[in-house]
Design a protein around this ligand. Structure first.
Ligand code: MTE
Ligand code: MO
Length: 302
C-alpha cells in the first residue's frame, strides 16, 4: 500500500535542521571560529544562543512536587531542605559501588556552563544557563559494567524537610531512568548550578539531571541514588500514567499529549500577550540525538 505509517527523523529533518543550525552553535568552539561567531555567551559547542531566562524566572516558577504542586510552592518551601552533607549511593552494575560524598563526586569531574532549552510536558519552556558536568564523566569513573543497559535515579525522601512528601501525591521517592546511551550522551548534564551560583533548592540542589531533548519531568532533582541496571527502570510519571507519559518522552511537536497539543509552547517570561512559539523536534537537539532513536516510530508516544 502507498501509505506511510511510520515517521522517522529523516522525514522531518529539513525544518528541524534549519532551526537547529540557527539555534545551536555546534562545533564553533572546536573549529576555533568562536571569535567570528559574534556575540555569544556560553559559546560552548552545545549551548544555544537564545536569550536565557532571568534568574528570577528560573527560580520562581518550578515543578518540584516534594515541596507542593503549585508553581510557586518550591520557591516558598524549599528553603527547609538541607543539602550539606550530601551523598549519593551509586550501585548496581558498576565496578566501584559506594556512597559517594558530593565533594568527592565534584572532585572528579569538569564543571561547564551549558545554556540549554528546557521544555516541560505542560507546554511551557525556558532557556537556562546551567553549570554542571557531563553525566558520562561520573559513570566512567565508577566503571559501568558491560551488562548495564539503563541508569536509574532517585530523589531524596525526607518528609520533615519536604512537606509535599507528607501526602501521597506521587509514589515517593521520585524516580527516573535513561537508557545507557542516553545517559552517556554528551548533552546529558548533571547540573550543580545556574548563572554561576550554586543550584537553588527549588531547582533541585545540590545535584539534578538535565536531559534537554526530553520533557522536563525526566530531569530529576536532588538525586541521592544512581543505579546501573539491565532492565528498564521505574519512572515516576510513567508509572503514574503510562498513557500520558512515556518512558522515553522525547520532545515531539507531532505527538499530542492526550489532553493538549505539543505543537507549540509558551516561553516563561514573555509577558501576558506573548505569542506561543513552535515546539521543535527533540527540543531542537535532533542533530545530536536523533540517531539514538533510529528505527523507532516517531509518530507515536513512547
Ligand atoms: N524530584 C523531582 N524532580 C523533578 C520534578 C519533581 O516534582 N520532583 N518535577 C519535574 C518537572 S515536571 C519539571 S518540568 C522539572 C522542572 O525543573 P525546574 O523547576 O528547575 O524548571 O523538574 C522535574 N524534576
Ligand atoms: Mo514538567
Amino acid at each position: 500500500m502507498g501509505f506511510k505509517t511510520d515517521l522517522k527523523y529523516a522525514d522531518i529533518t529539513p525544518k528541524a535542521d534549519y532551526l537547529n543550525r540557527r539555534q545551536l552553535m555546534v562545533g564553533l568552539g572546536g573549529l576555533g571560529l568562536g571569535a567570528i561567531a559574534g556575540p555569544s555567551f556560553g559559546a560552548g559547542q552545545y549551548s544555544t544562543d537564545e536569550a536565557p531566562n532571568t534568574l528570577k524566572e528560573i527560580t520562581a516558577y518550578n515543578n518540584f512536587y516534594e515541596f507542593g504542586t503549585g508553581k510557586e510552592d518550591p520557591a516558598r518551601n524549599a528553603h527547609t531542605l538541607t543539602t550539606d552533607p550530601w551523598s549519593v549511593k551509586i550501585d548496581g552494575l558498576v565496578d566501584n559501588p559506594g556512597n559517594y560524598d558530593l565533594a568527592d563526586i565534584l572532585g572528579g569531574v569538569d564543571i561547564e556552563e551549558r545554556i540549554y532549552r528546557f521544555r516541560c510536558v505542560e507546554a511551557w519552556s525556558m532557556v537556562i544557563p546551567w553549570n554542571g558536568f557531563q553525566l558520562s564523566q561520573l559513570l566512567n569513573r565508577v566503571g559501568v559494567q558491560s551488562s548495564a543497559k539503563y541508569v536509574y535515579f532517585e530523589t531524596l525522601v525526607r518528609p520533615e524537610e519536604m512537606p509535599g512528601q507528607k501526602r501521597a501525591i506521587l509514589d515517593w521517592p521520585y524516580r527516573e531512568g535513561l537508557r545507557l546511551d542516553e545517559a552517556m550522551h554528551p548533552l546529558t548534564l548533571m547540573a550543580t548550578g545556574i548563572y554561576g551560583e550554586d543550584l537553588p533548592n527549588q531547582n533541585g540542589a545540590p545535584m539534578r539531571l538535565v536531559v534537554p531533548w526530553k520533557y522536563g519531568f525526566k530531569s530529576i532533582k536532588s538525586i541521592v541514588r544512581i543505579s546501573l541496571t539491565d532492565k528498564q527502570p521505574e519512572a515516576t510519571w510513567n508509572m503514574q500514567n503510562p498513557r500520558e507519559y512515556g518512558f522515553y518522552s522525547n520532545v515531539n511537536p507531532r505527538v499530542s499529549h492526550p489532553r493538549w497539543s505539543q505543537a507549540t509552547e509558551r516561553k516563561i517570561g514573555g509577558g501576558l500577550f506573548s505569542k506561543k512559539q513552535d515546539t521543535l523536534m527533540f527540543n531542537g537537539y535532533g542533530d545530536e540525538v536523533a540517531h539514538l532513536y533510529d528505527g523507532m516510530d516517531l509518530s507515536k508516544n513512547f
